[in-house]
Write a protein that binds this ligand. Structure first.
Ligand code: SF4
Length: 448
């Protein structure tokens, strides 16, 4: 989206993602301005790229994105400027100021001057978020988009009114909800489907036609969510959809009915924990019983459920990985994301736990255990993570999915089987290090 907005005033705009293709360095090093967006897990790579560009070109290097915004004193050490928050408007202000030779003094910027950090003040979040991204601006994405491993994505709203302690979304996007107009969402969905559902090599049709509405809480503004669902029902769009939700939607029969009519095949619930104590520890307002009831009612409406889980709450002990795996299998949850507690700088969970972090090697903040839990050693917790993934994405369950699941979930489970097993291998590689830091660590359950 930011590239699409930038291109309105700079014709020669191009975006690279190392997840998609190798960077064309002759193009990047010839640029006037390079914007680099980073999350926590890829912050170090972003810093490396920023320093490489600064050392080898005359380009202004600007860092932005969630990690740079929430951890700007660190980010500012690696670039010329940090753009804070969402870039929809500030990227235009920045380009305009540079081309006019004007001072970069509008709100939402941090930079170093004579060794001191200059912060130009807080910026109001953009109100107009109706831009549809031009996927052609992402270098070589058109080739990748035809592969089934890529989920077509559209975002429809930003922000969440809740207040979970580990959540970086509310620190970055705020607790007020900003929505796109239903018509803009429909237009974006049409464009996204047209772009992604082309034939691979001109021959093979794309099989995974799911469109993922990436909002962190699509139902935060219930009335608006209904208007988007109604617009989808009234349109001629015929695609399977998925989106994220809090458990409460599992009790909302009207919304569940509309989701089904609009073509949704599943909801992704941020279940996170299976213990009421853990919900309380991280200020997540829900209970185990409510989560179970919400899952069952959602499934009764013909929608599948996927689940997001977090390991490493203070009451987690040995066996927590198997407990999650058993829950997933018992409740016929179609797919999972399980990660150890992640800590994004500036979140309450980070502030409360920063003295318990094992390191700040950000590239390992991708699901690995990175803190000293209370009742289990870091090494044992990582083993629990591996057990959970190994049980849910076992070869036996893959064969079962290939025989018994509907076509779409045969495909999705197969894709996830390979991805989750690669993540499991990644987590296994971290075990020797976690063993070394766990030596001598005496958690509470061991009487420490
Ligand atoms: S409900 Fe989800 S998006 Fe909202 S604050 Fe909690 S974790 Fe974040």
């Amino acid at each position: 989206m930011v590239a699409t907005i930038a291109q309105r005033i700079v014709d020669d705009t191009l975006m690279y993602s190392e997840s998609v293709a190798t960077i064309d360095w002759s193009d990047v090093l010839d640029a006037d301005i390079v914007f680099i967006g980073i999350f926590t897990f890829n912050a170090q790579r972003g810093y490396q790229l920023a320093q490489h560009i600064k050392a080898n070109s005359d380009a202004l290097v600007v860092l932005g994105g969630m990690h740079a915004s929430l951890n700007y004193p660190e980010a500012a050490q690696h670039c010329d400027y940090v753009l804070l928050g969402e870039g929809d408007e500030s990227v235009i202000d920045f380009i305009q100021a540079v081309s006019d030779g004007a001072a970069i003094d509008f709100p939402g910027v941090v930079y170093k001057q004579k060794g001191e950090l200059v912060h130009t003040g807080e910026r109001t979040a953009p109100a107009d978020i109706d831009v549809s991204p031009d996927y052609n601006l992402l270098y070589r994405y058109d080739k990748m988009a035809r592969l089934n491993t890529v989920w077509a994505q559209v975002h429809a709203s930003r922000g969440c009114p809740h207040n979970c302690d580990y959540c970086a979304i509310i620190v970055h996007l705020g607790r007020g909800i900003r929505t796109r107009s239903p018509q803009a969402v429909i237009t974006d969905i049409r464009q996204t489907i047209a772009f992604h559902n082309r034939r691979f090599l001109g021959l093979i049709p794309r099989m995974n036609k799911i469109v993922w509405l990436t909002d962190d809480n699509f139902f935060a503004d219930r009335k608006w969510a209904i208007s988007v669902l109604q617009a989808l029902i009234d349109s001629d769009i015929n695609a399977p959809f998925s989106t994220q939700a809090r458990y409460e939607i599992g009790f909302d029969d009207e919304i569940l009915g509309l989701l089904k009519q609009a073509g949704f095949v599943e909801l992704v619930f941020g279940i996170e924990f299976l213990e009421d104590d853990s919900f309380e520890q991280f200020n997540k307002k829900c209970s185990y019983d409510e989560v179970v009831q919400a899952i069952e009612n959602t499934q009764k409406h013909g929608l599948e459920v996927r689940g997001l889980f977090i390991l490493g709450a203070d009451n987690h002990t040995k066996g927590v990985g198997q407990k999650i795996a058993d829950f997933v299998i018992r409740h016929r949850i179609k797919g999972v994301l399980i990660q150890s507690m992640y800590f994004t700088p500036s979140t309450p969970a980070y502030d409360a736990n920063k003295d318990r972090l094992i390191h700040s090697d950000w590239k390992k903040y991708d699901g690995n255990v990175v803190h000293y839990p209370s009742m289990i050693s870091p090494y044992d917790l990582q083993q629990e993570l591996i057990t959970a993934l190994g049980t849910i994405y076992s070869l036996r369950r893959l064969v079962r999915a290939l025989i018994f699941e509907k076509w779409l979930y045969k495909l999705i489970f197969t894709g996830e089987f390979f991805w989750q097993n690669s993540m499991k291998a990644n987590y296994k590689r971290e075990l020797p290090y976690l063993k070394s830091v766990s030596e001598g660590y005496s958690c509470q359950s061991e009487g420490g």
